[in-house]
Design a protein around this ligand. Structure first.
Ligand code: F3S
Length: 300
């Protein structure tokens, strides 16, 4: 008989809940609200918000006189200034932990550190973060080939909040002998750590892991990568992607979800899997009732 368990703390983190709440509050007060880029990396949630009058824009030419909510990943300084110069009501839903990384970047830059950003150069969080740096910086992930082979003076590391601790350790180890001073700002968000640890713990004991969340969500992709090291893993956005053949002969089915995955999607997936494995009687109405689920605690 199959058993379905969910990793502790799956789903929305503090920063995402806060951003959604701010967008919904704005929508209740204004006829129309814009978000600068997708407010979070979950297409289904972005679509659900559009039904409440919250619409994504990506260009200054799309700006109207509606308030603009800044996404949880933050935006580049120049874009923030351009929005403010237009006299718009700017509601800053940048996650406070992302904003903290901006503060560290400003601090290290003002003190003329060479900054190593550990993250994905195309991710909006990193595009925003680098806008706060005027001096020398490098964006690295697993590949360090862009780092010049020279001796550095003062160096600082700042991480994408969704990075993995092992990647940070590897970069510290790589740089430590190449610079006179190395300052490490560990800006990996604890919500990320908590979700990664819980997902890996479950993956170690599961025959199959289903990772739920946006295909454009870094933290969800990282969960899928980590789980795949331990067991067969599929990354899906919605219950419609589930394939019955995955579950044949599986004893323990693990579920986990990224920090930007809404509860209703997790619930749909859990209930659909129960139907697939012939346990329709175990469908539930709330994620709280999924075995293993625990509301986020001690995240910070
Ligand atoms: Fe913020 Fe951490 Fe979530 S940085 S958006 S609380 S994953």
């Amino acid at each position: 008989m199959s058993k379905i368990l969910i990793a502790r703390n799956s789903g929305f983190c503090f920063g995402v809940k806060r951003a959604i709440r701010m967008a919904e509050e704005a929508a209740s007060l204004h006829e129309k609200v814009n978000t600068w880029g997708p407010i979070i990396h979950n297409p289904q949630m972005v679509e659900a918000l559009s039904n409440q009058g919250v619409f994504e824009i990506n260009e200054l030419s799309e700006v109207s006189d509606a308030p603009v909510v800044i996404r949880s990943h933050g935006i580049p300084l120049e874009e923030m200034n351009a929005l403010k110069e237009k006299g718009l009501l700017v509601i800053d839903a940048t996650c406070p932990y992302v904003a903290k990384a901006h503060d560290y970047a400003k601090l290290a830059d003002a003190e003329a550190y060479t900054i190593f950003i550990l993250g994905n150069q195309d991710h909006p969080e990193i595009v925003a973060l680098k806008s706060y740096i005027r001096n020398e910086f490098f964006i690295v992930n697993q590949d360090y080939s862009i780092i010049p082979q020279k001796r550095f003076g003062k160096c600082a590391i700042i991480c994408q909040t969704t990075q993995n601790a092992a990647n940070l350790e590897k970069l510290v180890f790589y740089l430590i002998g190449k610079c006179n001073e190395l300052r490490v700002f560990n800006t990996i968000c604890n919500a990320t750590n908590v979700r990664q640890d819980a997902s890996v713990e479950l993956a170690k004991n599961a025959n199959l892991m289903i990772v739920i969340g946006g295909k454009n969500s870094s933290n969800t992709k990282m969960l899928a990568t980590l789980c795949a090291e331990y067991t067969k893993t599929f990354h899906i956005e919605t219950a419609n992607e589930l394939n019955e053949s995955w579950f044949i002969g599986t004893e323990i089915i693990g579920l986990t979800a990224g920090a930007s995955t809404p509860d209703w999607i997790i619930l749909e997936v859990y209930n659909r899997i129960n139907k697939i494995v012939g346990k329709s009687e175990q469908t539930v109405d709330s994620v709280d009732d999924i075995p293993g689920y625990k509301e986020e605690i001690n995240e910070y």
